[in-house]
Design a protein around this ligand. Structure first.
Ligand SMILES: Nc1ncnc2c1ncn2[C@@H]1O[C@H](COP(=O)(O)OP(=O)(O)OP(=O)(O)O)[C@@H](O)[C@H]1O
Ligand SMILES: [Mg+2]
Length: 288
């Protein structure tokens, strides 16, 4: 790390073994066309809560893992759904050898040890869960664990909170806006979109063995068209860089681009006969 950091943890001290294992390693290169890594590092140094908003597959999780690798900090991650309840984040009593034992959940663990807490799909969190996040995110920086002897957990100076979600306007199934009270606790909200053509080309070259420029460029064109279809409501999901990486890997193994597209792109993005026909025809035409 070239910059001086309040939260970098070069010697990985103070973490129990299970948290040391959550320090990311070997994260592939992140192609950073928006200077997002520096923006997020600055925000973390300011102790700002950060919300990253971007469509699926725009590298939100990848960036956080990349940053945690740089800072040598564990990432405690919760992927929120409507089924996530308070015990999933705060903790619960569990029966161990005929004795009940309190097991801290990921949020108090992140606060006690000073790790990154990554709240994926945070807009899916239920109101009773969100209300437990509020005091951790504002000036109190603390969590009252009423379930466990009224214990008050004060955040370690390195504790950082990063949320992520898909943009509400894209209409992903079940997405809903953040409550205003939660939204105003994020000092920084960063929007990320799909990469430019050249960047996506670099990602594919970096992550796969496929080198044929023409094929790669046509594949990216396919993905961009499917993203447009998704915005117009013609297909159920956009094509992600991850889908392209999987497609390129099959082509690099000698499979035909059209056959391998079905497994890695078509069924990932289409849920109906009509949309599959639309995408298949477009792929045949685009791939030439
Ligand atoms: N700019 C980038 N540089 C390198 N790889 C990228 C980039 N953007 C996306 N990827 C790759 O695309 C794939 C999807 O990224 P990731 O899982 O981080 O997306 P996400 O935004 O977290 O998606 P979701 O909203 O579905 O959780 C990964 O393999 C990731 O490495
Ligand atoms: Mg993700």
């Amino acid at each position: 790390m070239k910059r001086k950091s309040k939260i970098a943890n070069p010697d990985m001290t103070n973490f129990p073994d299970y948290l040391k294992k959550l320090i990311p390693q070997g994260v592939p290169r992140y192609f950073d066309e928006g200077n997002y890594i520096n923006s997020i590092l600055d925000a973390l140094e300011e102790n700002h809560n950060i919300l990253i908003v971007g469509p699926t597959g725009t590298g939100k999780t990848h960036i956080i893992r990349n940053i945690a690798q740089l800072l040598k900090l564990p990432v405690l991650e919760v992927s929120f759904t409507l089924g996530t309840d308070v015990t999933d984040i705060v903790g619960r009593y569990e029966l161990k050898q005929n004795k009940t034992e309190w097991i801290y959940g990921p949020l108090p663990s992140a606060m006690m040890y000073g790790t990154i807490f990554y709240a994926d799909e945070i807009n899916m969190a239920r109101p009773d869960v969100v209300s437990r996040l509020h005091p951790c995110l504002d000036d109190r920086r603390s969590l009252m664990v009423s379930e466990h002897e009224e214990e008050l957990i004060e955040a370690h100076h390195r504790f950082r909170f990063i949320g992520a979600m898909n943009p509400v306007e894209l209409g992903y199934a079940g997405t809903r806006p953040l409550s205003p009270a939660l939204k105003r606790r994020f000092e920084e909200i960063i929007y990320i979109d799909y990469p430019k053509k050249e960047t996506e080309l670099n990602i594919l070259k970096n992550r796969t063995k496929l080198r044929d420029e023409k094929t790669l460029s046509n594949m990216i064109e396919v993905a961009r068209k499917i993203r447009r279809y998704h915005k117009e409501g013609l297909v159920s999901s956009p094509a992600t860089p991850g889908n392209l990486i999987a497609w390129a890997a099959l082509i690099a193994r000698g499979n035909s681009p059209i056959d391998s597209m079905e497994k890695t792109i078509l069924h990932q993005t289409c849920d109906s006969e009509d949309s599959r026909k639309l995408v298949s025809d477009m792929v045949v035409q685009t791939m030439g």
